[in-house]
Design a protein around this ligand. Structure first.
Ligand code: TYM
Length: 417
């Protein structure tokens, strides 16, 4: 009999209302859509996915454990959901260690600002917890899903690694790997992949990911490859053969992979990975969709010039303002649908400034054009600075970080048992 893997894709899918019509949201690793202008209902998603809300109690505990202020993406509950974060904080209190794992599917040579979110947050986690980090570049996934040649997929992975490193990770505590290369370098990684493959049936991946009979078998077996880095024995040059718990920051679209991983982990004698889930930066056109790397007007890219950023925001950022200035002054704007305001919640760290902007926009004192200008002035330097840092990341730096090697961290100093 098959072991039940929680939450089949049907449970994640759009629900029917009493008239039998589809409503709600759809979230999986390849699609994120919502029928509502305010975007995905994340509370409902937590229930459907069976994760836990990042609530005030967890945040208070987290702040106490770290004894320093929390990242604004956490305070504002943009990272809104978790699995087993209480355990990670407890481990930290007890002086035990863990490692971080996140990733990127290199589908194009430029990433968009949505992709920055988990990486910027992971950088903070690496700093405050002082732990090693592994970053998976799933060039195999993109080869299987997209019209890409193997060599192109590998090249995109290498280029994306530069953007990732430009986020400022500690090189001595970070290992980035491309699946297409690492699989041939490390037998222990492949051994964990086949261990996972042996635990999950076709029916189960169909249920979790919605695969069909005509999907190529590479896709069907791929989830095991995204699962394996959650087990420390996949990286013997970093962890030896120690079984070290893992924490995975990502947006919630990646959760199906890790629900599967968590289900198989105990059967392999490994720890279930803990997770921190972020919400999505919506497309410029509004919160009904996620930004897409294949439609350049839906997103701000890390390669955009100041002029492109200005034009995109002015032209495409969905406004919660009223149709006329008079009406807007009288009734005020709606921050819950306004894309410029939404983006500022991700990128403007100053709570007081953000609060004042909200107040002024909702009262009608601040107009849409003025709000867009504030966003433009905030995003332009962030992207320009990113580009400056990226220009300093040479091929040699990338090669160094992508070489399997011991990281600057001694797990024998920590009592992990
Ligand atoms: P990918 O390349 O689609 O996305 C990379 C990371 O960015 C997150 N993300 C977003 N976050 C906020 N707003 C958005 N609009 C947005 N769009 C994407 C994703 O959730 C992800 O965290 N299969 C994965 C690569 C991968 C991975 C992992 C990701 C391999 N192992 C472990 C996270 C954790 C992928 O294609 O990601």
């Amino acid at each position: 009999m098959e072991t039940q893997i929680s939450n089949s894709v049907n449970e994640l899918k759009i629900e029917n209302n009493e008239n039998g019509e589809e409503e709600d949201d759809f979230v999986d690793p390849w699609n994120v859509t919502s029928k509502s202008q305010t975007g995905v209902d994340y509370d409902k998603l937590i229930k459907r996915f069976g994760s836990s809300k990042i609530d005030g109690e967890l945040l208070t505990k987290w702040e106490k454990v770290l004894n320093q202020p929390l990242h604004h993406l956490l305070k504002r509950q943009i990272f809104f959901s978790h699995r087993d974060m209480h355990n990670i904080l407890k481990m930290r209190e007890e002086g035990k260690s863990f490692y971080l794992y996140t990733g990127r599917g290199p589908s194009s040579d430029t990433m968009h600002i949505g992709h920055l979110i988990p990486f910027l947050f992971t950088k903070w986690l690496q700093e405050v917890f002082d732990v090693p980090l592994v970053i998976q570049l799933t060039d195999d996934e993109k080869f299987l899903w997209k019209d890409l040649k193997l060599e192109e997929a590998k090249k995109l992975a290498f280029e994306n690694a530069k953007d990732i490193l430009a986020c400022g990770f500690d090189e001595n505590k970070t290992f980035i790997f491309s699946d297409l290369t690492f699989m041939g370098q490390c037998p222990e990684f492949y051994q964990n992949v086949v261990r996972v493959q042996k635990c999950v049936t076709f029916n189960q991946v169909k249920g979790i990911f919605g695969f069909g009979d005509s999907d190529v078998i590479g896709k069907i077996s791929f989830p095991a490859i995204q699962a394996a880095p959650a087990f420390s024995t996949s990286f013997p040059f970093i962890f030896g053969n120690a079984n070290i718990p893992c924490l995975i920051p990502c947006a919630i679209d990646q959760d199906p992979y890790f629900r599967m991983t968590r289900d198989v982990a105990p059967r392999l004698g490994y720890h279930k990975p803990a997770l921190l889930h972020s919400s999505f930066i919506p497309a410029l056109q509004g919160a009904k969709t996620k930004m897409s790397a294949s439609d350049e007007n839906t997103a701000i890219f890390l390669t955009d010039t100041p002029k492109q950023i200005k034009n995109k925001i002015n032209k495409h950022a969905f406004s919660g303002g009223k149709a006329t200035i008079e009406e807007h002054r009288e009734l005020g704007g709606d921050c819950s649908v306004d894309i410029s305001y939404q983006y500022l919640t991700f990128f403007l760290e100053d709570d007081d400034k953000l609060h004042k902007i909200k107040e002024d926009y909702e009262s009608g004192a601040l107009l849409t054009g003025e709000l867009k200008k504030m966003l433009i002035e905030r995003v332009q330097p962030i992207i320009a600075e990113h580009q400056k840092r990226r220009a300093t990341i040479t091929d040699e730096v990338v090669k160094r970080v992508m070489t399997p090697r011991k990281l600057n961290f001694n797990f024998t100093d920590k009592t992990n048992k």
